[in-house]
Design a protein around this ligand. Structure first.
Ligand code: AR6
Length: 173
């Protein structure tokens, strides 16, 4: 639990080994955090992503960070919320698990995540926070290199929901 932090800010500004992108299955950019990351990284990121021919929901792919301060970008398409009966929860957990494993395989020590799927993809925020933090907590017991993960909330409400969820996990530990 002491390896996880919640901060508020713009994920593209992070001087970390890897930032995670809440992408879509084309991996060719979009709005929200995906658009911000592609704008800040520059056109080379788009060219690097073209080579993947897309990515299934819940899996992850890694590219350099190009013009970003981060060394790498890990792209993971989150699930679109369709009421909760379409594997949304396990798919969201898979995003965090696969992204963290890929970061560790690339010998990253510090990784920043956005709140995957809770924007355009409409995943309920409280449930998403619980899945994100529980998955990261479990996976961080197995990483060899990653020793600090931050959830970067863009708005105050998102940041607060993750912080409250983390506090609850710490106090029930
Ligand atoms: N830094 C950190 N978080 C951000 C930033 C930023 N610069 N910009 C937005 N957020 P969303 P999704 C927050 O919609 O729900 C894209 O078009 C945002 O406030 O970016 O997974 C993709 O191409 C929210 O809390 O991602 C996909 O098509 C969180 O990031 C689709 O949206 C996620 O919101 C993915 O939807």
């Amino acid at each position: 639990m002491n390896k996880i932090q919640i901060i508020q800010g713009d994920i593209t500004a992070g001087r970390v080994d890897a930032i995670v992108n809440a992408a879509n299955t084309t991996l060719l950019g979009g709005g929200g955090v995906d658009g911000a990351i592609h704008r800040a990284a520059g056109p080379e990121l788009f060219r690097a992503c073209l080579k993947f021919n897309g990515c299934p929901t819940g899996e992850a792919r890694i590219t350099p960070g190009f013009q970003l301060p981060a060394n790498y970008v890990i792209h993971t398409p989150g699930p679109i919320w369709r009421g909760g009966q379409f594997q949304e929860a396990p798919l969201l957990a898979a995003c965090y698990r696969n992204s963290l494993r890929l970061a560790d395989q690339s010998q990253c020590q510090t990784v920043d995540f956005p709140s995957i799927s809770t924007g355009v993809y409409a995943f309920p925020l409280e449930q998403a926070a619980q899945i994100a933090l529980q998955t990261l907590e479990t996976e961080l017991q197995m990483t060899l290199f990653v020793h600090r993960v931050r959830i970067v909330g863009y708005d105050a409400h998102t940041t607060e929901v993750y912080q409250t969820c983390l506090n609850r996990m710490i106090s029930s530990d």
